[in-house]
Design a protein around this ligand. Sequence first.
Ligand SMILES: [Zn+2]
Length: 266
Amino acid sequence: MRFKNLSQLKRPEPLTITLSRLPQQILMTVYARDKAFKINELIGAIFEESFEWYGFTLAHKDHPELIEDIGLPQNDFNLQDYTTLGSERIAEFQESLTEDVIINGWIHSHGALNYKHFSHTDEKNHFTVLDFVASRTRKPLAKKEVSVQDMVLLQKDRFEQKDIEKGSVCLITDGPITEARIMETVYGSFCYSIVIGDTGWHEQQIHYRERGILSGHMTVRSQAGKIEFVDTGKSLSQVDIIALNDEVKEKIKPHTDPPPELIERM
Ligand SMILES: [Zn+2]
């Protein structure tokens, strides 16, 4: 048998049926944005200096794409500890939240520094957060055909040992069939990362993970994303600011004399 060209040898593209999509941009309430920058401001006022801090972006479990609030965990004064954001730390914070609130990302501030990008350390943290939040932001994205070479179709109670020895995958059905396609669900998860600075700048990324339930095929990727600020009518009130001021005093413990090697951690 001769082929005219190589394209005739290619297997047909696996069939994919899209079910839903992961967010292509970040949705954040005006309240959450104002709260993040207010934390920067309060740190400056309380400690008379600018410090870095980190927190989690929070969403309602029924609407995981929308950042509704900022959660401030206990920030360590040993700076090295949160260079690498551990999953236990995230779990601990998730446990402190009410049942309908989920973490959908993390946010941190570079304070007064003019370093307006994510660092290598930040990159590692993105994936720690993604690993943790993946099960909570997960949804079915597609049904995708699993290409099976050499599939053997058998009929229930009508095959012998020698039949099942053949092929790479056997599909046993209750009636005679001549063709079958196996479609697996591809689940997708995401998390957000936002870095901000005292002067009002922000940079952000979305991290994605997709996994085929049957093939186990997994892909992880990141992309820079725009933020769309959503005005839900909720604003940061004076009462909120007083409470946030107390929270900052309690949870931000600046290290006043960091060892020099830690200064590079950003
Ligand atoms: Zn950073």
